[in-house]
Design a protein around this ligand. Structure first.
Ligand code: BGC
Length: 355
């Protein structure tokens, strides 16, 4: 089955889409009209992001829609499971044509629109996260035109989308995307976005894999106050990435996280550092990724996941867990059920958030 070619955010709307769009603007919480205050206040936007999950990065949906693992009912299920936001990990390079236009394929648009439309209908915010960090990290220079071409197409396409749609310019800048290069590229991408999306909230993080320790080198356009700053947290790597084949070196198995005062203090200290930067620069923080790989023992993973999520909330941050499906999973698709211990660590039963 092909995705329904919804053109929700294009000018040519049919009456059914217009009705859905009007419904979303009227009833969805905080899905106010572009130009209203909520769309301009990054702190209010960050509040509504609340608790999120990374989704769809490794899903076959991008090459064969009918073989997708992420099923339509999951949008509502995720919302009912206590989450507010989907961070959609996008790898668009393989779906772009040749230079100079690098035209995104119709199939890619259809799939992306299916995701955005369904997420909004389920009252979830959607962060469109450009996740081509490996390509841009290996060779920032030769991928620059393609990276900018993505935003030159995606930004106007979603310019009429409600405020619940956010753009994240680039996941985890690294390697050749040094702080200096990144500061230049992010300014150019943001300028392209602002041509068509003057009130869209945009998410940007520091180089070195969105590391808290590199916030100091991040330079954001001072006058643009509608930005949320994102960081990732996987420390200690020896625990969260034990047995992860892509880590270098691969941390050995058997590391535990007991939640000792020292272990908790390490999280508090790192987050305090990020929050001090945020206070100084008057920017809200979104913890865009955190998680402990499933080669670690479950009780430790639960303790760590709960500790990190609560520490983020204590600082007033929004967050998104890595990730829904594939690895670090919080939902078991073959068994069609939540991985309860991780789900509960993220969303404590009763749903209470730390004030
Ligand atoms: C990467 C994934 C990786 C995860 C944890 C993400 O940013 O995209 O490939 O599994 O971080 O290491």
């Amino acid at each position: 089955m092909k995705p329904t070619p919804t053109k929700l955010f294009l000018p040519a709307l049919n009456p059914v889409h217009l009705a859905i769009f009007a419904f979303l603007l009227a009833v969805a919480p905080g899905f106010s009209q572009p130009g209203m205050a909520a769309g301009k206040d990054a702190f209010a936007q960050n509040l509504r992001l609340g608790r999120g999950i990374n989704v769809l990065g490794y899903d076959p949906i991008w090459t064969a829609f009918d073989q997708r693992r992420f099923k339509q009912p999951y949008f509502k299920m995720i919302r009912e499971g206590g989450f507010d936001t989907l961070r959609v990990n996008l790898y668009p390079f393989a779906h772009m044509g040749p230079a100079p236009d690098f035209t995104l394929s119709n199939t890619w648009w259809q799939t992306t629109e299916w995701i955005v439309t369904n997420a909004l209908a389920a009252r979830l915010n959607v962060m469109l996260d450009f996740h081509e960090y490996e390509m841009t990290g290996k060779d920032a220079e030769s991928n620059k035109a393609k990276f900018l071409a993505f935003w030159r197409q995606a930004a106007p396409h979603f310019k009429n989308a409600p405020d619940g749609v956010l753009f994240e310019i680039l996941n985890e800048p690294n390697g050749k995307m040094t702080p200096e290069v990144w500061n230049q590229y992010l300014a150019e991408a943001l300028a392209i976005i602002r041509e068509t999306n003057p009130t869209r909230t945009v998410v940007i993080g520091p180089a070195f894999w969105n590391s808290i320790d590199h916030l100091a080198e991040l330079k954001l356009p001072e006058s643009d106050r509608n930005l949320i700053v994102t960081v990732h947290y996987y420390n200690p790597m020896e625990f969260t990435h034990q047995g992860a084949p892509w880590a270098n070196p691969v941390p050995k198995l058997g590391a535990v996280w007991l939640g000792t005062p020292d272990e908790r203090a390490a999280i508090a200290k790192a987050f305090a550092k990020a929050q001090a930067w945020a206070n100084e620069h008057h920017r809200p923080i979104f913890l865009g990724e955190f998680g402990a790989y499933e080669k670690g023992e479950m009780p430790s993973r639960v303790r760590w996941t709960d500790a990190v999520a609560r520490a983020a909330e204590k600082n007033g941050w929004s967050w998104a867990y890595w990730q829904f499906d594939s690895d670090f999973i919080v939902y078991d698709i073959p068994k069609e059920r939540w991985v309860e211990p991780i789900h509960h660590a993220l969303i404590p039963p009763g749903g209470a958030k730390t004030p």
